[in-house]
Ligand binder design. Structure first.
Ligand SMILES: Cc1cc2nc3c(=O)[nH]c(=O)nc-3n(C[C@H](O)[C@H](O)[C@H](O)COP(=O)(O)OP(=O)(O)OC[C@H]3O[C@@H](n4cnc5c(N)ncnc54)[C@H](O)[C@@H]3O)c2cc1C
Length: 415
């Protein structure tokens, strides 16, 4: 049996881009349906490190343009959402803040560029040098003095990405369907029904005024279905930037920090979590080591990360019981050709491309979700789509689960 739903906007993909856009568009009065093919947050979002960057990484690059200002504004937007302020774009009350600041430390012997970057006009959050006595446990035994380690504290939030997804799923309850576009879907020009196949086998026909492709890496495949010919093509190309992340179980307590080396991108970026089955900590490690480790086999990547930890934190004694695992994941991004960006470089801002009433959206960073959704709303207005549909919900349709934290996923091979 096929159910028919009427909506102003159909959103494909339930990561941060789709879920935040759903919440924002509904608050503007649009009737929306979101279709997720796997689990909510299953792509990059729950695999992210949950850092709401405040611009220091950009300032380290010496960037002071619009992108740097945009990212610098993000922590305050998110804080307003977390407090549930009137006028905040989304109510995120109840989402745990794992840390309301982030530590930056220099690897021993590297002169610090942090103080200068922190004084940049772009920064809206304080960058404070941390006295030795106030350092977090993971940095407490770091050397101080002339050739020692400098530690800075920056007001960048770290969120539990899974709890964030769960909160957005709650806000979108009744509008989210577990399924995917039927393989036979015809290229869509607007107005025609879009057939979806639910995961319980039911068929759904969605009549929507506009479609937003927010499927992360899945946008690549969806774009080929929703674009009729070159003349219709969205002004965007897609790219993937792979990472080979590393996880340590039984890490020495929760810690959130970037190790800054000679380049502007951190040598190590460490965030922490707690696995569902034990109370021990997990360190989740990204940064340059994850970018440069893509060609390495998991065992080699673990060895390389151990070496990097030894160089960046020589004072650290990892317990014998430490267990290791790695995760391969791609960052999926849209790049407007007009940006002139070379392949493999990160776009500076979120990207929304539109052809008629088909939009494709990539936040570029989790932190940029509020900007992305505002841009989608502006593009819908430009396309002449306004809130009209009279309820699109069918709570009887199956809803997707929220994906597990990466360290809790089945199939992770711990050493
Ligand atoms: C390891 C890592 C760490 C990161 N850390 C940070 C960070 O600390 N701070 C930050 O700001 N950014 C960070 N990012 C970037 C950030 O995670 C991404 O920019 C963001 O999560 C992308 O969200 P998205 O919704 O576009 O895509 P995704 O999160 O990938 O979501 C896409 C969704 O679409 C679904 N889907 C796919 N195909 C289909 C289909 N055909 N039909 C329906 N649904 C479909 C998928 O199952 C998935 O749920 C990180 C990224 C990675 C990979």
């Amino acid at each position: 049996m096929t159910t028919t739903l009427h909506a102003d906007v159909l959103i494909l993909g339930g990561g941060i881009a789709g879920l935040w856009t759903l919440a924002r568009l509904r608050s503007l009065g649009f009737a929306c349906v979101l279709v997720e093919s796997a689990a909510l947050g299953a792509g990059q979002t729950i695999a992210s490190q949950g850092i709401i960057h405040g611009g220091l990484k950009y300032a380290l690059d010496g960037q002071v343009g619009s992108a740097a200002s945009a990212i610098a504004a993000m922590p305050e937007v998110w804080r307003a959402c977390l407090r549930g302020d009137a006028g905040a774009p989304v109510d995120l009350r109840g989402v745990p803040v794992l840390s309301d600041h982030y530590y930056y430390w220099t690897s021993p012997g590297v002169m610090s560029r942090l103080a200068g970057a922190g004084a940049s006009k772009v920064m809206r959050t304080a960058v404070e040098r941390v006295p030795a006595a106030e350092r977090p446990a993971a940095l407490r035994d770091a050397p101080t003095g002339m050739n020692g380690v400098d530690v800075y504290r920056v007001g960048e939030l770290v969120l539990d990405a899974r709890a964030l997804v769960a909160r957005l799923a709650e806000i979108g309850r009744g509008c989210i369907v577990h399924g995917e576009p039927a393989p036979s879907v015809e290229p869509w020009r607007g107005g025609s029904p879009l057939r979806m196949r639910c995961h319980d086998g039911r068929g759904v026909e969605i009549r929507a005024s506009a479609v937003v492709l927010a499927a992360g890496a899945g946008n690549e495949g969806l774009l080929t279905r929703f674009i009729l010919n070159a003349a219709d093509a969205l002004p965007v190309r897609t790219q993937r930037r792979p990472l080979h992340m590393v996880m340590l179980r039984c890490a020495p307590g929760a810690f959130f920090g970037h190790c800054v080396g000679t380049s502007s991108s951190p040598r190590l970026t460490i965030t922490s979590g707690v696995p569902a089955d034990t109370g021990e900590s997990v360190w989740y490690i990204g940064g340059q080591v994850a970018e440069s480790g893509v060609a390495r086999a998991p065992r080699e990547q673990i060895a390389a990360t151990r070496r990097e930890l030894t160089e960046c934190m020589p004072w650290l004694n990892l317990p014998d019981a430490t267990r290791w695992a790695t995760l391969r994941i791609d960052r999926a991004e849209g790049v407007p050709p007009s940006s002139g960006l070379l392949p493999g470089l990160r776009p500076e801002l979120p990207v929304v491309a539109r052809s008629g009433r088909v939009l494709a959206a990539w936040p570029t960073k989790l932190a940029f979700a509020p900007l992305l959704a505002d841009e989608v709303a502006r593009e819908l207005e430009a396309a002449g789509v306004s809130p009209r549909a009279d309820g699109a919900l069918n709570p009887a349709l199956p809803a997707p689960p929220v994906a597990a934290h990466v360290w809790d996923r089945e199939g992770v091979e711990w050493s």
